[in-house]
Design a protein around this ligand. Structure first.
Ligand code: FAD
Length: 272
């Protein structure tokens, strides 16, 4: 995390831009239970997009459908997400709907389709640990989606998701190659060096240029040397930088991905 405040985030975003990275801002928050909270989150995303424009930052926004009200009312979430897409369009920017637990996939993709029917500047996410994602990708292709492929960050049961890393990784590469091959702007969001290497080779084999058709995405503060190497080699790399006060669920997901982080977090807390 860059910090809790907008100023801390903006400093980190500016520094990342100066080092050659694009940025995706994520305001921490999800699963809001009132229309008021959802609207406040929407206001913040719109404010952040306007600030990006004013300050000339190379940064866009990504947010969770439940942060803008999906659990309260799908039409409320649509109205809010639409307001963010509209503000992104007005500020010559883009926005992306993150993907949450498997129980939200249908509703999130439905929301994405509604937005996509009106806007070109909206993206979505598919998770390679879900069996269904290949079918979802094929169904989305006609929309020429701007798509981020991730492995998936939630604990899912074996009837919906691959349990073995090998299967998740294999499906990741299949999805990312298929998206790229079908002309989708593809965000390859992973810190996995083997997958990064495979995707670089795939793009090269297919004559896909290093910029313009795809980008790598990584989480701020993770795999920093690998991200640097990619930028130095000429690839576009976007760092996802979360900020805000509601950091607990975010921290829990990052700990679940890599238990060694528990020691890291504890050490940080003791040093304060
Ligand atoms: C930009 C971005 C956006 C994302 N958006 C979503 C989303 O919308 N929905 C969703 O479900 N998931 C999302 N994720 C999370 C994703 O699903 C994975 O949980 C996460 O990226 C870890 O998987 P990996 O691809 O890096 O591969 P892994 O095989 O998990 O990790 C590969 C290597 O990366 C390093 N690494 C990975 N995670 C960590 C960590 N937390 N701390 C330290 N080192 C680590 C380790 O060295 C590890 O060996 C996103 C990830 C990124 C980078």
């Amino acid at each position: 995390m860059a910090g809790e405040t907008l100023d801390e985030f903006l400093d980190a975003a500016r520094a990342a831009n100066e080092q050659g990275f694009a940025v995706a801002a994520g305001i921490l928050g999800e699963g809001v239970t009132s229309a008021q909270e959802a609207e406040e989150a929407t206001d913040r995303y719109c404010e952040v997009l306007r600030i990006f424009r004013e300050r000339g930052l190379d940064a866009n926004v990504a947010f969770k459908a439940t942060h803008v009200g999906l659990d309260v009312d799908p039409d409320l979430a649509y109205g809010n997400a639409r307001r963010i897409a509209q503000t992104a369009a007005e500020t010559q920017n883009t926005m992306r709907l993150d993907m949450e637990q498997s129980s939200y996939v249908d509703r999130t993709l439905h929301l994405y389709r509604r937005l996509r029917s009106e806007f070109d500047n909206v993206g979505c996410v598919l998770q390679s640990y879900l069996y269904r994602s290949r079918v979802d990708l094929r169904a989305l292709l006609e929309l020429r989606p701007n798509i981020r492929i991730v492995k998936g960050a939630y604990l899912e049961p074996p009837d919906v998701a691959f349990a073995k890393k090998h299967d998740v990784d294999e499906q990741y590469v299949r999805l990312a190659c298929e998206a790229l091959d079908n002309g989708c702007y593809t965000a390859i969001a992973t810190h996995d060096p083997a997958i990064v290497a495979k995707m670089c080779s795939f793009a090269e084999q297919k004559g896909i240029p290093k910029r313009g058709r795809f980008e790598f995405q990584m989480l701020y503060g993770i795999a920093a040397p690998a991200a640097r190497e990619l930028v130095d080699a000429g690839y576009r790399v976007r760092l996802a930088i979360p900020f805000g006060e509601n950091w607990f669920p975010y921290l829990m997901r990052r700990l679940a991905e890599r238990p060694a982080n528990v020691a890291f977090v504890l050490k940080g807390m003791l040093q304060r």
